[in-house]
Ligand binder design. Structure first.
Ligand code: UDP
Length: 328
């Protein structure tokens, strides 16, 4: 049985990756510091013999006993609200955390895949974004802590690949959605879903003409799995190229949820990218991958998930209080 370490395992993507690798017959070693993750996302796996969980912050030295075949580094705050709230932890997990995991991969002779992001393209001047675009990032803006940590992460990963001959993979993840997204993480889908289910108006930032392209989580996980198993070590975009403006998306959600809510407009956050769409030609060519789940089907499943939350969960307004259990 192959051993895989998954960091950020209690998060949205991390927990779906745990499911995938358990289903593929792996022994999964899950790790999370639970700052933004939630054990509820993986509690169904606790009874399994081939699953173990460690409560640990990977920005500190990471020890795993025994053999390791693969590492997936998915630990990081990943929503603009989260990294505004915990900017230093965001920088540390992308830099120190990645360094620790690359060191562990080298020691164990494991293959490591790191989670990069479309944010490395910043507010892109090239559209759609392909892997050879170098991006337009404001290093000192509020999103810089995430964007630059992820850019550093790509650099140090390639350095370990070239200097130490480590087997590395880099996925650039575009907006992904589905069950287990955290209701109060500030991202647009949980925000709109929560508002629709509570009977509130939907808050569109700016005039809503900014675009995003949303990928269903099962497609994203399939792309990541294929990349890990491939022999391609340069960065690769995984996302759904079907682009929509945020205003049109709000209208779609009002229809889907059968709510009579209105749209209200709020200020656009600083450095909010105006457009985003992945060019996925490389993923198609190298991995034979393309998304299969359309927005209608994916959003329906996502709506079912949010509808199943308790009233108490739906009404919890405050963003998770991170500050009580972290050291700056
Ligand atoms: N957004 C919005 N209303 C909200 C939350 C987000 O209009 O209540 C917008 C946000 O300004 C951005 C887009 O939706 O243009 C996607 O935001 P999200 O935070 O989900 O992720 P991003 O792609 O910006 O990292």
């Amino acid at each position: 049985m192959k051993n895989i370490l998954i960091t950020g395992a209690a998060g949205f993507l991390g927990s779906h990756l745990c499911d995938k690798f358990i289903n593929q017959g792996f022994h999964v070693i899950a790790m999370d510091n639970l700052i933004t993750g939630d054990l509820k996302n993986i509690e169904h796996l606790f009874k399994l013999e081939n699953f173990e969980f460690y409560h640990h912050d990977v920005s500190k030295f990471v020890h795993v006993s025994g053999e390791l075949d693969y590492i997936l580094h998915f630990a990081s705050p990943a929503s603009p609200i989260d990294y505004l709230k915990i900017p230093i932890q965001t920088l540390k997990v992308g830099s120190l955390g990645t360094h620790n995991l690359l060191g562990l991969a080298k020691e164990k002779k494991a293959r490591i895949l790191i989670a990069s992001t479309s944010e490395i393209y910043g507010d892109p001047l090239v559209h759609p974004q392909s892997e050879d675009y170098y991006g337009n990032v404001n290093t000192i803006g509020p999103r810089g802590v995430y964007d630059e940590a992820k850019r550093f992460q790509e650099s140090i990963t390639m350095a370990y690949n070239r200097f130490h001959g480590l087997e590395t993979r880099i996925v650039r993840i575009f907006n992904t959605y589905g069950p287990r997204m955290r209701l109060n993480d500030g991202r647009v889908i949980p925000a709109f879903m929560g508002q629709a289910l509570r009977g509130e108006d939907l808050t569109v930032f700016g005039d809503g003409s900014q675009t995003r392209s949303f990928c269903y989580v099962d497609d994203q996980v399939d792309g990541i799995y294929r990349l890990l198993m491939s022999d391609y070590s340069l960065p690769i975009n995984i996302g759904n190229p079907h682009e929509i403006s945020i205003k049109d998306f709000a209208e779609e959600i009002i229809k889907l949820t059968n709510s009579n809510q209105k749209i209200i407009y709020k200020d656009l956050p600083q450095d909010d990218p105006m457009q985003r769409q992945p060019n996925i030609s490389l993923a198609k060519k190298i991995l034979g991958w393309e998304p299969k789940v359309g927005r209608e089907e994916g959003m329906q499943k996502t709506f079912e998930y949010f509808s199943s939350l308790s009233d108490e969960e739906l009404r919890k307004r405050d963003h998770k209080d991170f500050t009580s259990h972290i050291k700056k």
